[in-house]
Design a protein around this ligand. Sequence first.
Ligand code: GLA
Length: 424
Amino acid sequence: MKFSVASIAFVQMVEARNSLSKTPPMGWMSWEIFRCSVNCARNPDGCISETLYKSQADAMAANGWLDAGYNSVHMDDCWEQKSPSRDPVTNKLVGDPDRFPSGMKALGDYYHSKGIQYALYTAESDTTCGGYPGSKNNEKLDALTFAEWGVDYMKVDGCGGPEYYDSGYEAMGIALEESGRPIEYSCSWPAYINGGNETVQQATFIKMINYGCNGWRNWHDIQCNWRSLGSIIDHWGMYGASLQPFAGPGHWHDMDMLLIGSLSGGHDGGHVGERCVSLVEEQTQMAIWAISASPLIMGNDMRHVAKDSMEILLNEHAIAVSQDPLGQMGIRLTGDTSAQIWARKMENGDVAVVLYNRDDAAAGAADIAVQFDITGINLYTDVDVFDIWGKQSAGTFTKEYTAKAVPSHGTAFLRLSAAQAVIV
Ligand code: GLA
């Protein structure tokens, strides 16, 4: 089947319930590297503690991330006191007192003093995936507690029986809405049902948007290797047409964290091993996440990001594709071939294109051509081709453009502007 950007109807099936997340969220999250490291005596620089998050906030404020749009620090699992699981008097959740001695509100105040949003984690289950207290049946109280602490974004995981998710995610949506504070709501619900078959998730997507979810995780957790990253790209490639109508301003499909600048073996300290994926593969992740309108949540250690990785993350042309105000999710236009074309329509009529060489190294680099009509641009119009990785014009072309020697697992990332953009 041949798709074009325009042949897949862009229908916002359901209006977002709130005015948050108009473009995909951008920030940093602790889970990819720091996981559930809670032994601060052994791992003082990398344990889940206020020291870690304050130092990440310092790095975010100092190194140009805020100016580029990365503006939230996301704490993931394992921040809570386990026993007792709630304050015996107030029944509120409590941060681990040894690791968060200043309290959870003080951490939020610290972020806010630097212009950074406070993102936190809970789950619609008795316990979180790491075995810490969850919010099941305590949505109202927990949402009020998060609001008191100044939280701006909640990732709400689901680590128990899926039979609770329908009422649980609805209850949390209402509770956050009534908390008196605008709090972005990230729901993990679809990741846990239907075995990843996105063709049967429509009803869930509609419910989630109605419940106020501003985004949701659809599929497996990303891991620090190419096999994991490549499989997520394949999943979005395969299901693009099923996913696209449900993404838009206020509600996004979340492909999970960026591995860009992340090193393996980093759980104890965060900056020790090899790159999770090669630099070329890091570019590919940035390009596909931007085309797919996925949140851009870094999973590195912001205190130690290599300069070349930083250049990918801070590439303003890639970020402009991700944050395009039209909010139309892009999709893979070709089948599951070794040379793939992905495209996303931009608000000003331009089309962003990723030419992705899916082959393994043995097959070597490939020339990949894109016929402009597949992207919805009139075949007979002059098209300016801007090379996003090269940060310069590649020239003006008619009918087609060929990217030369795209490396294995690599991408050419382009922005096409037609003199007279005619979307067919
Ligand atoms: C699940 C989520 C991850 C992370 C862990 C924490 O696996 O998908 O993103 O939050 O739980 O335990």
